[in-house]
Structures are given as structure tokens and as C-alpha cells.
Design a protein around this ligand. Structure first.
Ligand code: FEO
Ligand code: CA
Ligand code: CA
Length: 676
């Protein structure tokens, strides 16, 4: 997603750690001076060794003293590949790539073909694959390695590429044009098969489905039906039209897909500047979609509760094309990035979730009832009942080289919330989760993106993508740099290795930085597992394969200049969580982000997404380009910034850049990711 420069919405006085413990100030000063030897620096440079100036403190217990270049997990992979700023995907030698499922290809009607001049109608777009592919998961048919249903999120749409050249920012937005954008959002359920030419969608299938920003979705769980969720069109407060800004995802043990509504505020106009919850959720005048001009439910002045019906985790059964998606209110309302699902020791379902905005929080949900693998019906509504928690990352040493974290309960059972008149019931806690978390004492993070859970150790990793607005007086242990241009990955182990625990021990896996620009002694060079060969900025997508390798995808600055010199286009890296070694595996085309990751059951294929190739904002080919001119120019010359995937895969129609899915396999056809 574009890094819209929204005004900061979290002005709570929720303390940062330096306010809690004076010693942290000392540590920060030491850190900012590049001093060595403090306990915090040990965390800041987790993969450290005495031979480098990035830190002389001992490595963390359980971690090696130096970054190994003999990782057995990474043995099937070569060294890091070079980065670049070209309009093509490059991948490590020994692997082959192919693009499929581009935005605008026909899905639910075989004749809804993509028109490269942007003239597809709203009705056609609703039958086509949506735009800006993001999180996804391949649900195999039972017992099959070469056939399944791909649930694929469509996060948003690039207005400069969605419409024909007659669309100018100044023009009146018609209902038809708004509906086309709405139809480009949501989720695609795609019946995929590996045929003689490799993986692709089958031409026609009863499973092909588009869920868009207009598809009826149920509100379920404790807040469903609450007056704050009722509108004139839906007095029940239980039926919403559509799901929006579907960022990343989750998968349940009972075989359903979770799609996460992230920057939903961007679709609403006429927010009330005097409404504290509009301010807390950034409900103002949107991101320029202007749907509120044509469709009353996006005009907050006319439909004040409609924004409360977005910002949820939505559960979808991909195998039932007639099923109604369910917005699970028990998981709270915020800008949901992804939903990483695991089980507690007693079988309760645990869902880790990040709120991706500067200074927002990390959450987890713990179901009241356990998962029952013998009774599928009993699991269908497990996500409607449970406890929601928010994370605090303290600077207290746990004694094992990691620092203490706590989960704070978000309900009226927490006295801090019960005493706040804004939360007369738990429904208000779920609808205004951010405000409840402010009260509970959560830690303001550097934009939480994806969360991934190690398949055997249960360790949890989160990408904190960047935070250009963090000030020097607001750094804390987990967010130690101001400003933070490059991001970091934090990891934690729950107490007793039980996902339902209320305490955890945390440290860093990597602190990204730029060792090309900054000397080794400078925290801006990053932790020691960042080198000139693998450096990157803005980690975002994150997933483990079955072998326990960590895959890191970036959504950052691709200018290749200044703080980001030498880092090139957005990329994907593969890492060994045990040794700390990170290698650059793939580099994307111009202006894209890399996101989404799923595997075939036989471990032979990895699928990732190339999102928004040709995004113009901040593009290196547009230095000094007047922003107000971009849409106009791009509509006249849509391939100015990218013609990917056509530029690399000519069999795919070009004429304007198109988000697409990338199929990655070994050239020799051998399994690479470990069979299920
Ligand atoms: Fe949709 Fe935070 O990425
Ligand atoms: Ca993301
Ligand atoms: Ca991002």
C-alpha cells in the first residue's frame, strides 16, 4: 500500500518506555552515539560479534556469536543477488518465474477480457481479477498437490491506471466510476490447477468467485447489532456491503480464509473533525477515491456509522461459493494488516494481529473454546467469542537476554477500561479498539505489518516497517531509532511457549539499515546481519516455509537514493532464523511492492504477488514531477513508469502496469520448500 502521509492519529499519552524507566534514556543516548556495551545494544545488534564495531555485547542466549554463512537451511540457495531499478523481476540462479492472474483477467465470466485502455466497466471489473494483489493462500483440494483454490486479496486500486484517459482528477466522479473502483477491491477465489504449462486458473469453475467492496458480509460476534453499527440501509447492524482494503490474511485450522481490512478510512469523506473517534481512526476526507461524492454510504455526514462497519477481520469459506463472509467483531476494529493463527497448549485459537499505522499496536485474540479437529461444525464460530489483548514491550530484562513483554486484556474485566466512560460495554471496546488499547498501556510501534509464527518453535516474528515520524524523545526499546527509515523485525517467545500466555520475552531478529551510506559504527547501518549485499528497507510481508526458513518481503522506498542508496526496487529475502543469515532472493519491477506468499502442498511451487508495479508516487523516474499532474500524464501515457508484467512476459496484455501473481519454481523441478 502506498505510504499515504496521513496525519498522526494516535496522540494518546500512552507512555513510551523512556518515560517509564529513566535508564532507557541513558541507553538511548548510548545507542544514538553509536556507543557499545549496553544491554540494549545487545538487543539492537542481535547478531553481533566482537570483531565488529556494530556491537561488542554478547550475543543473545540461544543465538550464535556471529552470522553464519554456512546455514544448512539456506544450503539450497546461492548468495544474495544484486539489486536493480529495472522494470523486471530477477531471481536467484536455479529458479524460474512466470506471471499469472494479472489484474483485469476474466474470472467469473470467461469473456470479461481486460481492456488496456482502461475502458472496462464496473460490471466487467466485478467479473475480473481485482487490483493490487496482497495476502493470499492456496487451499489444496484434499489429497491433491496440483489443484486448489487460491484466496487472493485485492487491497486497493491505483486510480491513475484504473480509468481511461478521460478520467481527470478534476472531473465529476460518476457512480459507475466509483463502482468500478469498488469492484476492483476485495478478494478473488480462484480455482488453480497445474497443467502441462504450469499453474494457472482453470477456464471456468463453480469455485471462481469475486467478493468486492459491494458483496454482502455479515457482522458477527459481540459487537454485531450494536447501535454504532446500524445504518439507515441496515437497521439490524448485522449486514454490510463489502470488504475493503484487504491487505494481508490468515488461515484457520478449520480451513477458512481470513482477510484483513486495513486502511478503510481512506474511502470515506466528510469525517467530523470534532469526533474524537473519527480522529483516532483517521476518518476525514479519504485518499482521493471520492466515492462519497457518488455513493451516500461513503459520505460520513450522511451515513455516520458506515466507517464503523469496516476495519475488521473477515472470515471466508473458499469452498462454499454461496457463503456469506463474516466480519468477526471479537477480533477488534483497527487497520488490520494480517492475522497469524495458531493454537494454545489447551487448543484455544490464538490470532496475532498488527495495526499498521505509525505508533499503533500489536494485538492477539484468544478464543474461549478450543479447536475441535473431530467436529468441524463446532469450529465455525470460534472467532466470535474470546479475549482480545494488546502488547506492551518493556525494557525489563527477563534474565535470559531477552526483554519482558506483557499482554493487556482489552475488556471491561480490565479495571482501566471499566473505569473509562467511553466503554459502557465490551462492544465499544471492540468498535473503538485503538482507544481501549491507549488506556491499557500498549506500546506505540513503528507500523506493525505482517506477523509470522515459526512452524516448530512457536516463536512469533513481526515486521515493523518504518516510522519517519518518530522523534528522538519518543524512542523505546522495541522502536529504538528516530526517525526510522528502514524498519526492524521483532520476535518473541510466549511464556511457557504457550500462545495464550500473558507474558513473553522479546528481542530483535534484524534491524534494517544502510551500511552503504552509514559507517559500521552507526545504528543506521543496521544490525550485523545487514550487509551491503543484502540490505533492504521496510520489511512488510513475512512468512515461514515448512522448513522453517523466514521469507521477508519489502514495501519501501525504491528511489535508490539518499537513505536508500544502493537498495533498488522492492525485494524478497530468505533468512535462517537460527543463524540470522539473510540473502536477497528476488528483486521486483519498477515501482512495485512484493507481498503475499503461499506454497503448493508438494513444496515445488511458491507463489508471491507483485503489487502496484509502476506506482508513480516517489518514483525514481519522476523526480520533481508535479504530483497534481501525475494522474493526467499517466492516463495519457500509462506505461511511463512500468509496463510490467508485459515488459517481461509478453504473452500478458500490456498497455498499463498490472499487479500479478508470480509462480516460482526450481529450474530442475525439485521440491524447494518441503512437502506438507
Ligand atoms: Fe497493506 Fe500495511 O500493508
Ligand atoms: Ca503490507
Ligand atoms: Ca507496507
Amino acid at each position: 500500500m502506498k505510504a499515504y502521509d496521513e496525519p498522526l492519529s494516535n496522540d494518546s499519552t500512552n507512555p513510551t518506555f523512556h518515560e517509564i524507566a529513566a535508564c532507557v534514556m541513558e541507553k538511548r543516548r548510548a545507542l544514538l552515539k553509536g556507543a557499545v556495551g549496553s544491554a540494549l545494544l545487545a538487543l539492537f545488534a542481535p547478531w553481533t560479534n566482537a570483531a565488529t564495531a556494530r556491537g561488542t555485547a554478547a550475543a543473545l542466549p540461544g543465538a550464535p556469536q556471529r552470522v553464519s554463512n554456512t546455514s544448512t537451511l539456506l544450503a539450497p540457495f546461492g548468495p544474495s543477488i544484486p539489486t536493480h531499478s529495472e522494470d523486471r523481476v530477477t531471481v536467484m540462479p536455479g529458479f524460474k518465474i512466470r506471471a499469472i492472474l494479472p489484474w483485469g483477467d476474466p474470472l467469473t465470466h470467461p469473456n470479461a477480457h481486460f481492456k488496456p485502455d482502461g475502458s472496462n466497466t464496473a460490471a466487467e471489473q466485478a467479473q475480473q481479477i481485482g487490483d493490487n494483489h496482497d495476502g493470499m493462500h492456496l487451499f489444496p483440494f484434499p489429497g491433491k498437490s496440483d489443484e486448489g483454490l487460491l484466496a487472493l486479496n485485492h487491497e486497493y486500486t491505483n486510480l491513475e491506471y484504473l480509468y481511461p484517459a478521460d478520467f481527470l482528477p478534476q472531473a465529476t466522479l460518476s457512480e459507475e466510476k466509483a463502482n468500478k473502483a469498488i469492484a476492483a477491491h476485495g478478494v478473488s477465489i480462484i480455482h488453480l490447477r497445474r497443467g502441462p504449462n504450469g499453474w494457472d486458473k482453470v477456464p471456468e469453475s463453480r469455485y471462481h468467485r469475486r467478493i468486492t467492496g459491494a458483496t454482502p458480509c455479515a457482522l458477527t460476534g459481540p459487537a454485531a447489532g450494536h447501535p454504532l453499527l446500524q445504518t439507515q440501509d441496515d437497521p439490524s447492524g448485522r449486514l454490510v456491503l463489502g470488504t475493503l482494503n484487504n491487505c494481508a490474511h490468515g488461515v484457520t485450522p478449520w480451513g477458512t480464509y481470513l482477510t484483513c481490512e486495513e486502511n478503510f478510512n481512506g474511502y470515506f469523506g466528510n469525517g467530523n473533525p470534532n469526533d474524537p473517534m473519527h480522529k483516532r481512526y483517521g476518518i476525514a476526507n479519504g485518499f482521493g477515491y471520492r466515492w462519497h461524492e457518488a455513493i451516500p454510504r461513503f459520505d460520513v455526514a450522511r451515513t455516520p456509522n458506515e466507517p464503523n462497519r469496516f476495519g475488521w477481520v473477515v472470515e471466508i469459506d473458499p469452498f462454499d461459493p454461496e457463503s456469506t463472509p463474516k466480519k468477526r467483531t471479537a477480533l477488534g476494529r483497527f487497520k488490520h494488516e494480517n492475522a497469524a493463527v495458531t493454537l494454545a497448549k489447551d487448543g484455544r485459537v490464538v490470532v496475532y494481529m498488527g495495526d499498521d499505522e505509525r505508533f499503533e499496536y500489536l494485538y492477539k485474540f484468544v478464543s474461549r473454546k478450543p479447536f475441535d479437529p473431530t467436529n468441524p461444525e463446532a469450529n465455525r464460530d470460534l472467532l466470535d467469542d474470546g479475549d482480545l489483548f494488546v502488547a506492551e514491550f518493556t525494557s525489563n530484562d527477563t534474565g535470559n537476554g531477552r526483554l519482558l513483554g506483557r499482554w493487556h486484556l482489552l475488556s471491561r474485566a480490565n479495571p482501566k477500561i471499566a473505569s473509562d466512560p467511553r466503554f459502557p460495554t465490551d462492544a465499544e471496546v471492540l468498535i473503538f479498539t485503538r482507544a481501549a488499547a491507549d488506556v491499557a498501556g500498549a506500546t506505540k510501534m513503528d507500523r506493525p505489518e505482517w506477523i509470522a509464527i515459526h512452524p516448530t518453535s512457536g516463536e512469533v516474528f513481526v515486521t515493523l516497517t518504518n516510522n519517519s515520524k518518530r522523534q528522538a524523545d519518543a524512542v523505546d526499546a522495541a522502536n529504538p531509532r528516530a526517525p526510522n527509515f528502514w524498519g526492524q523485525i521483532v520476535r518473541w517467545q510466549e511464556a511457557g511457549n504457550d500462545a495464550a500466555a500473558t507474558e513473553f520475552a522479546w528481542d530483535f531478529f534484524v534491524i534494517a539499515g544502510n551500511p552503504e551510506v552509514y559507517p559500521e559504527t552507526d545504528p543506521r547501518a543496521g544490525s550485523i546481519n545487514v550487509t551491503r549485499e543484502n540490505m533492504f528497507n521496510s520489511p512488510d510481508g513475512l512468512a515461514f516455509d515448512r522448513m522453517g526458513r523466514l521469507w521477508i518481503q519489502t514495501d519501501g522506498n525504491y528511489s535508490n537514493r539518499g537513505e536508500f542508496a544502493g537498495q533498488g526496487n522492492n525485494q524478497m529475502l530468505v533468512a535462517d532464523p537460527n543463524t540470522g543469515e539473510i540473502r536477497r532472493f528476488l528483486v521486483g519491477p519498477s515501482g512495485c511492492e512484493i507481498t503475499g506468499i503461499t506454497f503448493s502442498p508438494d513444496g515445488r511451487t511458491m507463489f508471491i504477488n507483485i503489487q502496484h508495479p509502476g506506482e508513480a508516487e516517489g518514483h525514481p523516474r519522476a523526480p520533481g514531477f508535479p504530483a497534481e499532474m501525475l494522474d493526467t500524464v499517466l492516463n495519457q501515457q500509462p506505461t511511463l513508469f512500468s509496463d510490467w508484467p508485459h515488459s517481461q512476459f509478453p504473452e500478458i496484455t500490456g498497455g498499463r502496469p498490472r499487479s500479478a501473481t508470480l509462480v516460482i519454481e526450481r529450474e530442475d523441478g525439485a521440491p524447494i520448500f518441503g512437502a506438507a
